[in-house]
Write a protein that binds this ligand. Sequence first.
Ligand code: UTP
Length: 322
Amino acid sequence: MAQQVTKAVIPAAGLGTRFLPATKAMPKEMLPVVDKPAIQYVVEEAVDAGLHDVLMVTGRNKNALENHFDRATELEASLAKKGDTDRLEKVNYSTDLADMHYVRQGDPKGLGHAVLRARMHVGDQPFAVLLGDDIIDARDPLLSRMLEVQAQRNATVVALLEVDPDSIHLYGAAAVESTDEEDVVRITGLVEKPDRESAPSNLAIIGRYVLRPEVFDVLERTEPGKGGEIQLTDALQTLAADEELAGGVYGVVFRGRRYDTGDRLDYIKAIVQLAVDRADLGPDLRPWLREFASGLEDTPAAHEIVEEMTATPSDSLAAGEN
Ligand code: UTP
């Protein structure tokens, strides 16, 4: 019987170098996605899945994260004085959202190292890990399904997403076998950021995990891997290779909407996709977007003109032109 998962760990101590200079003095997890910081979506997701005990792994420059989930007494008093109850509710909502705990990582030595910092708080129970810059659209629940699979199989469970083979080098890639459930696969091997040719599949690990406590011992023994960092993927590979250790590793194949807000292009897409469906913004944003997009078709971007000018005849043939 698997123990019930009650705790969520959110690593948010990375340097966010892809987003510099915005992240020079501010954590990337605090970048607003419409009108909430990315991290609030992630905490809301944990709470929606029933995980109210949240441990955030933070680091230098990350005070804003703690402040966001704490009381803001002056602001509250000022809103209350003005009778602005709508905004006051929004402010209080993030304060009361979850039972928040914090631990610092010191040096950001990799995701595996960040997860290891949760050991004291988590203890001897299975737990969920949600990456602080990865948003799963609340309309496509994933974590609750992963918790269900963990409870059934008492194993390690990761989230997998089918990606374009040209992008697999950005992720951990999984070698898999099918199971009796359509959305669940057994993972036989994992490779961190492989090139397209050596990738075992185009199933990429995305930022949701349900781990058994045995992962901590494995992480303690895991040597720095890709980029000199202690990689969670390497520890998961050890668990996948030896089913005796902790019941093996399974993947839930996710087919919903997911936004990597640590990536600039994905961040912009996230804002647009979430805003068009909002009752307060969508009705004005949609017609504006249509008009903007039709203007784009008429005026090719400068880099497209350059590409067209430099395209070879074989490029044109490959693109189906004649
Ligand atoms: P990323 O690799 O996306 O984060 O880690 P990063 O290193 O901050 O990003 P770039 O590549 O420099 O732009 C995924 C998640 O793991 C956390 C990050 O904060 C992010 O939420 N993380 C990463 C840690 O908590 N500690 C680390 O040492 C590394």
